[in-house]
Design a protein around this ligand. Structure first.
Ligand code: SAM
Length: 219
């Protein structure tokens, strides 16, 4: 993982259509999601994940109130537990009932709570959190800057937002990657400037600038 290049410029990209995103995660795609995501992460972004998990392990081990935005099938629960974080205070929010059902099936013995709803609405109504994780969600969102702002506003004192996001890169590979993501996954890699402008305490890129990890503290 390297530090983000502050000089890079990106072309504006049109936002993804929330209806298409919703349809994708209401479809049979969900049945293949866990395996697909696992393989994709291992093959493309092992170093970004290692940095993300390192960040999780370095958090204080007290009982953290965790909100997982766009939690999907609950994959972050494994990472949080592996980092020694008590997941009894975990809330996962997602717009897809089908992904949430899968999350509940994947974690039958956990006291984690899964909530159906839109990310921004839930961030305004679920109280304050010590840790908010947002993994692979920002590029599906029509207004990623608003989502980051809502998350930072929902932090308790000393809280932080940890983000893993697909980001735009103006290289041939970056453009091809973005085309494939838009075409097949209704996901538009976001301009890293959006992350930079939220005053992160840590910002790193991986996989030739296509993935960014950010940690945003409470302002
Ligand atoms: C690529 S999956 C990521 C799931 C999980 N965070 C992970 O790391 O595997 C994106 C998830 O974001 C959810 N999502 C998309 N837009 C959302 C929104 N506006 N509010 C809440 N969830 C949303 C989708 O339903 C889907 O489950």
């Amino acid at each position: 993982v390297t530090l983000l290049d502050h000089q890079q410029q990106h072309r504006p990209i049109e936002p993804p259509d929330p209806h298409r995103v919703h349809d994708l995660y209401a479809s049979r795609f969900v049945d293949r999601y866990d395996l697909g995501a696992e393989l994709w992460e291992r093959l493309t972004c092992g170093d970004a994940l290692a940095a993300f998990e390192h960040r999780l392990r370095s958090l204080p081990k007290r009982s953290l109130r965790v909100l997982d935005v766009g939690c999907g099938t609950g994959r972050n629960l494994h990472r949080l537990a592996a980092a020694g974080i008590d997941i009894d205070n975990y809330v996962g929010v997602d717009t897809s009932e089908r992904m949430l059902q899968r999350a509940a099936t994947n974690h039958p013995y956990s006291r984690a709570r899964f909530v159906s709803g839109d990310a921004i609405d839930t961030l305004g109504s679920e109280g304050k959190h010590d840790l908010i994780v947002i993994t692979w969600v920002l590029s599906h969102h029509p207004d990623p800057a608003a989502l980051i702002a809502a998350a930072t506003n929902a932090l308790a004192p000393e809280g932080r937002v940890l983000i893993l996001a697909l980001t735009a890169s103006d290289t041939i590979m970056g453009r091809l990657h973005a085309w494939r993501l838009r075409r097949f996954l209704h996901s538009n890699p976001i301009d890293p400037v959006i992350l930079r402008e939220s005053s992160p305490s840590f910002l790193g890129v991986s996989c030739r600038g296509l993935i960014t990890i950010a940690e945003i503290p409470r302002r």
